[in-house]
Each structure stands twice: as C-alpha cells, then as structure tokens.
Design a protein around this ligand. Structure first.
Ligand code: DHK
Length: 146
C-alpha cells in the first residue's frame, strides 16, 4: 500500500471561482489543489488530485484506487444524489473514504440532501468551504499512519 491520498472532484468543479461564487466562493480548483498539496506535505502523504465530468472515468479511478491508494477524498458534486454506480464502485474500495462538499447541502435544495455516496463514506464534511478538503486530508493521513 502506498501513502497516496486520491482526491476526486466531480462535475463542474473545474469551474470553481467563477461558478456561483455566492455558493461556492471565489477559490478556484487550482487553489483547492494547492491547498491539498500543502496539507499533504505537512502530513507526509502524496496527493493524487483529479477532476472529471464523466461518471465512467470517476468509477475507473475509484476501481484503480483499490490496493494503490491509502485513502480516498471524493467530492461527487452533481453525481452525489444520482449515482448508484459511483456508490457501487466505492463499496469495492477497501480503504477510508471521506465525502466532501464545499457548500452546506443541508440548507440547499431538497434534492441535494440525498447522498448515495454517504452509504460508502467513513466520514462526511460539508459547509466548510474548501477548508473541508484540509480536514479530510488530515484525517485520511492519520488513518493511513494507522
Ligand atoms: C458541488 C456541486 O457541484 C453540487 O452538485 C453539489 C457540491 C454540492 C459542493 O458543495 O461541493 O450539490
């Protein structure tokens, strides 16, 4: 097992910074990646940072993570409430999974409240802005250290 944390960002997160900044803030995905790499360095873990709009690509990454990643951080974005397929891929992964959402889903649209991904998650963080990635990587690094 490596000490790599795989960070998966779902659809439209490439548009952070310009996309509904009143909801998601002004930080870009590059800022999120820089944050993850900084925290990873502090915690002594490698960061493999990815984004895709494709459900199939995300499922492929999760399946490849089996045996190769010490932990998985996923912001499933628009696939959160729709993808049983991503849930099923996550259920194949044997390591810890932390689900992160930038915005507070609990006080947004009703349809965002359901998360299939949560059924496979070790923990979930939402509403802390991009700081949620910071907390999640620190926790995954702690779990990776055993
Ligand atoms: C990001 C998205 O793209 C939305 O589809 C989710 C999530 C919320 C976030 O807060 O990071 O509903």
């Amino acid at each position: 097992m490596t000490n790599t944390i795989l960070v998966i960002n779902g659809p439209n997160l490439d548009m952070l910074g310009t996309r509904q900044p009143e909801v998601y803030g002004y930080d870009t995905l590059a800022d999120v990646e820089a944050l993850c790499r900084r925290i990873g360095k502090e915690e002594g873990v490698e960061i493999d940072f990815r984004q895709s709009d494709s459900e199939a690509e995300i499922m492929g990454w999760i399946k490849q993570a089996r045996g190769t990643a010490a932990g998985l951080l996923i912001n499933p974005a628009g696939f959160t409430s729709t993808s049983i397929a991503i849930l099923d891929s996550l259920l194949i992964y044997e390591g810890p999974i932390i689900e992160v959402h930038i915005s507070p889903l609990f006080r947004r649209d009703e349809f965002r409240h359901l998360s299939y991904v949560s059924k496979a998650a070790t923990a979930k963080i939402e509403g802390f802005g991009i700081r949620g990635y910071d907390f999640a990587i620190r926790k995954l690094a702690e779990l990776a250290r055993g």
